[in-house]
Design a binder for this molecule. Structure first.
Ligand code: HEC
Ligand code: HEC
Length: 335
């Protein structure tokens, strides 16, 4: 058992690559010399197996509040790796130890830190509430064996997710899977069709935040996703505050047609993911999940860094534009 590794220098860029960088938290393609945070030992492997270790933020001592929450947390208390904020304990069953606290000795941070105690998660990591337990465990195995990794080596938190999966015992994995499966998924993305979007900056882990006072930027063929309330998501880690996705005009209707028929490039998504896209049997739901998360999965599967026998042939012929349409539609589903 080894603790989480430090940060790394990334492999050189493939200049032929046209990728949806926005889905990975970047506005620019991968370039030679890119790193995942300083300081960086040379990368031994094409996909560095390391996580980003953020610089410590000085404790400001300001106890923050959220509507209807009894607890008060400072920014650093809300971010505590081994027992992050639990603003609304009444929103979820009691958390297993691994979810609430992680495993400090092994450097495994609490699942609740990135996925929130209610499993709603954030755009730069993922939502796990309501996932079928069998699917959840299957994905932990895929992270462990390397069958699931990010197509963008800058995505350090996916590397960390893989490390975490490797460091879990079977009991811990099952406890987490059953816990998150017991909760109902609550769609939380407001999808807005537009030609312009707020100018954004990316935090070190790939959360986009609007730049206050900056002029809007042309959206083009991409999606810009930001928290509905930047302060609540970024500073307080509010598990009740969701996201807004700015998507190209017309994308939702095009995505709906593709999701319902499959057109001539793929198969109808609703056949397996359900009419409402909320999932069926052991097939995960894709409704109301963040567009960045969904896009990363489609792109990772397309690039073969996330192995999926079932999904791979279904994304093979899709262009990035088709994927944008599909994720805009899926994220917009509000049953
Ligand atoms: C440092 C942040 C972080 C922590 C802590 C974390 N995860 Fe994750 N997790 C991620 C990221 C990032 C992804 C999505 C990767 C991607 O986009 O491909 C993810 C994805 C997942 C998925 C796949 C979801 C899906 O729909 O396929 C599961 C399951 C999961 N995590 C379980 C856990 C469990 C269990 C724990 C606690 C033991 C945990 N995670 C802790 C960052 C984290
Ligand atoms: C034949 C059944 C089937 C069809 C059709 C299908 N899917 Fe899937 N999908 C799956 C299964 C099963 C998984 C879980 C991954 C696995 O088992 O490989 C999955 C996983 C996914 C994921 C990742 C979810 C997560 O939690 O990480 C996304 C996104 C997705 N599918 C989108 C789509 C879209 C969009 C379409 C339509 C173009 C579609 N799927 C059509 C069966 C299907």
């Amino acid at each position: 058992m080894s603790a989480l590794a430090a940060v790394c220098l990334l492999p050189g860029a493939d200049t032929k690559r046209t990728a949806p960088d926005w889905a990975y938290g970047y506005l620019k393609p991968l370039s030679p010399g890119d790193t995942v945070g300083p300081p960086c030992p040379p990368a031994a492997k094409p996909y560095p197996d390391c996580a980003y270790v953020p610089a410590p933020v000085p404790e400001d001592g300001v106890k923050r509040e959220l509507p209807g929450a009894a607890a008060r947390y400072t920014r650093n208390e809300a971010y505590f790796d081994y027992g992050p904020a639990d603003w609304y304990p009444g929103d979820h069953p009691p958390m297993p130890e691994i979810v609430a606290k992680g495993k400090p000795a092994a450097g495994v941070r609490a699942c609740a830190l990135c996925h929130f105690p209610n499993g709603q998660g954030k755009m730069e990591n993922g939502s796990v509430a309501g996932l079928p337990a069998a699917y959840f465990l299957q994905q932990l195995t895929a992270f462990t064996t390397g069958a699931r990794r990010s197509a963008d080596p800058r995505k350090a938190n996916t590397n960390e997710m893989a490390q975490i999966a490797r460091l879990l015992t079977d009991e811990e994995a099952k406890a987490a899977a059953n816990y998150f499966a017991s909760m109902k998924w609550r769609p939380w993305v407001r999808v807005v069709e537009t030609e312009t979007a707020p100018a954004v900056r990316s935090t070190t882990n790939g959360l986009f935040l609007p730049i206050a006072g900056a002029a809007p930027i042309p959206l083009g063929q991409r999606i810009i996703e930001v928290p509905e309330n930047p302060e609540r998501t970024d500073v307080m880690r509010d598990p009740r505050s969701g996201f807004i996705a700015y998507v190209p005009a017309g994308s939702i209707a095009r995505g709906e047609a593709l999701a319902k028929t499959g057109g001539d490039k793929t198969k109808a998504c609703i056949t397996c993911h359900g009419q409402d896209l909320l999932g069926r049997g052991n097939v995960p739901g894709i409704a109301g999940r963040t567009t960045s998360y969904l896009m990363r999965q489609l792109w990772d599967i397309h690039q073969g860094t996330r192995k999926s026998q079932i999904m791979a042939p279904l994304v093979e012929k899709l262009e990035i534009e088709d994927m944008i349409d599909l994720v805009a539609y899926a994220a917009s589903r509000m049953p």
